[in-house]
Design a binder for this molecule. Structure first.
Ligand code: OAD
Length: 247
């Protein structure tokens, strides 16, 4: 995989860069993606059994335990060179917006200060009935635990299928996609909307579209540059070619 000089120069000169990441950016940390055959979470679990409000109401313990397992999995891994490279890009590029569909918090752990989390965060908890964050509760051994305010069930603060997207984050993500010179789409299958609409908005607004993914996606044919490879490898190489640090 080689990175064209023209792309390196465009990144160096870009004033406004927006990035969308998906599960693939955390794959090299050991976090499973959703749709990769065999290893993807959706190859082994059905989204409708685990990631919808109906599934939670039907089997609250199963859903809570599945997210507890994912929370522990993420706590046990480390950010990888892709996360660190993006944190460095944020320090070098005048206006840099990082949007993620990931709920693992690994961008923040790699030093990315501002991250637009479109699908929530595994580490946060909220009340199912009130839809409000809950930070502390009494552990009575019940699973899921109960809301200290209303007694309702607690759930992870992530976006499930059939649920509305967080308004402020979605609006900020669309605004940053319409207002950039370059849009990097990294490690996402570009199948889940509205996130998958963001790169298209960027292209419509005249941005250069770059895809970093080892596999073809519906977005590949729209991209000006396609870098086929794992995000960690590609971004480290791009960082080196830019001469932007590296450890
Ligand atoms: P997917 O699992 O759909 O796609 C992961 C993408 O990462 C695929 O296109 C892979 O080819 C690519 N990939 C795998 N390894 C990679 C690597 N080392 N470097 C770069 N790319 C790699 O995950 P998302 O696109 O993030 O939503 O999925 C979007 C949403 O669907 C998720 O946020 C989640 C899921 O259902 C909800 O739970 C609401």
């Amino acid at each position: 995989m080689s990175i064209p000089d023209a792309l390196v120069e465009q990144v160096r000169k870009a004033g406004r860069v927006t990035v969308l990441t998906g599960a693939g950016v955390s794959a090299e940390s050991g976090v499973p993606t959703f749709r990769d055959a065999q290893t993807g979470l959706w190859a082994n679990f059905k989204p409708e059994d685990l990631a919808t409000p109906r599934a939670f109401l039907k089997h609250p313990k199963l859903v809570w335990d599945w997210y507890a397992w994912r929370r522990q999995l993420v706590a046990d891994v480390q950010p990888n060179p892709a996360h660190f490279a993006l944190a460095e890009f944020a320090r070098r590029i005048p206006r840099f917006t990082l949007i993620t569909q990931n709920v693992d918090g690994l961008h923040q752990r790699a030093g990315s200060g501002e991250v637009i989390e479109l699908h929530g965060n595994l580490q946060r908890t909220k009340c199912f009935d009130e839809n409000l964050p809950v930070e502390k509760w009494t552990d009575t051994g019940e699973v899921p635990p109960h809301c200290p305010r209303c007694g309702g069930l607690l759930r992870p603060d992530v976006v499930w299928f059939e649920e509305a997207m967080p308004e402020a984050e979605t609006a900020a993500a669309f605004a940053a996609s319409r207002d950039c010179d370059m849009f990097l789409c990294i490690g996402t299958s570009a199948l889940v909307y509205p996130a998958a609409a963001l790169p298209i908005e960027a292209v419509k607004s005249g941005a250069t579209l770059v895809e970093i993914n080892p596999s073809v996606t519906p977005l590949s044919s729209e991209a000006d540059f396609v870098l086929r490879g794992p995000a960690g490898v590609v971004l480290v190489k791009l960082r080196e070619l830019l001469g932007w640090g590296g450890d």
